[in-house]
Design a protein around this ligand. Structure first.
Ligand SMILES: NC(=O)c1ccc[n+]([C@@H]2O[C@H](COP(=O)([O-])OP(=O)(O)OC[C@H]3O[C@@H](n4cnc5c(N)ncnc54)[C@H](O)[C@@H]3O)[C@@H](O)[C@H]2O)c1
Length: 250
């Protein structure tokens, strides 16, 4: 990662903040692009205070123009753009029968449309020199959960987007992969536990390795897929799930 320039969408908190810190610790220069611009700046400042290089920029990933500006910020600030990680996301479980169309649309906009806008904006700067893109999907790209119709559909869409962009941009030496976690100990999961959408004990019992993922578990996989060690891996979804998808027993 030494001297690589990586844009981390949704990098202000949760998985994204851990990914940004991990990449910076490996010598990357990081642009943290997040809807929460204050937190993006604070996360970047924390990296700089630790001796790394990072800047925070405001970006609503559902706006292609703002994604363009985040990609341009990498070039303006650090002179190049080598990689993208998209960690932006929301989770709003709701019964499908009464799900308001606006909520469906917002979920698809943030999780699926935003992934495309972010990748497209950054790939334009990687077109000649190549690069790597990693989307954060979810075990929900493969496994259906009730009350998550939009979330599961959008994540499955991103898993397919991963494959399409991978084969289309391979000739430009842009690799595209996804990391799909099961439940990760972040603010998103804490909010779902607090709202009664999930039961932590039940979730842990369902995971063969018996614990929630830590953001560091996800950052390890992202860091690998961005690195030269993964130079022949593209169009792949790597599930960091403690065995969730493999488990089909009681
Ligand atoms: N936490 C989990 O258990 C879990 C499991 C599987 C997949 N995921 C996925 O991982 C990703 C990160 O989740 P997390 O747990 O770190 O969540 P989080 O809520 O802790 O962080 C999400 C980040 O995305 C940002 N964001 C939200 N909407 C945005 C927008 N429109 N534009 C730009 N940034 C925006 C938020 O400000 C925040 O910084 C999401 O895509 C989520 O669906 C999470």
């Amino acid at each position: 990662m030494q001297n690589k320039v990586i844009v981390v969408f949704g990098g202000a908190g949760g998985i994204g903040a851990e990914v940004a810190a991990r990449l910076a610790a490996g010598g990357a220069r990081v642009v943290i692009a997040d809807l929460n611009s204050a937190e993006a700046g604070a996360t970047a400042a924390g990296i700089v205070a630790g001796g790394g290089q990072a800047v925070g920029v405001a970006c609503d990933i559902t706006d292609p123009g703002q994604c363009d500006r985040a990609a341009q910020a990498a070039v303006d600030e650090f002179g190049q753009l080598d990689g993208v990680v998209n960690c932006a996301g929301i989770s709003r479980p709701h019964d499908s029968i009464s799900l308001p169309p606006a909520d469906w649309a917002r979920m698809v906009d943030v999780q699926l449309n935003g992934a495309f806008y972010a990748a497209q904006a950054c790939a334009r700067h990687m077109w000649d020199a190549g690069g790597a893109i990693v989307f954060i999907t979810s075990t929900n790209a493969e496994a259906a959960f009730p009350r998550r119709a939009a979330y599961c559909s959008a994540k499955a869409g991103v898993a397919m987007l991963t494959k399409v962009l991978a084969i289309e941009w391979a000739e430009r030496r842009i690799r595209v992969n996804a990391v799909g976690p099961a439940y990760v100990a972040t603010g998103m999961t804490q909010r779902n536990i607090a709202a009664g959408h999930i039961d932590e004990a039940q979730i842990k019992a369902r995971i063969p390795l018996g614990r929630l993922a830590q953001p560091a578990d996800v950052a390890d996989a992202v860091s690998f897929l961005l690195s030269e060690q993964a130079s022949f891996i593209t169009g792949h979804s790597l599930y960091v799930d403690g065995g969730w998808l493999a488990y089909g027993y009681f």
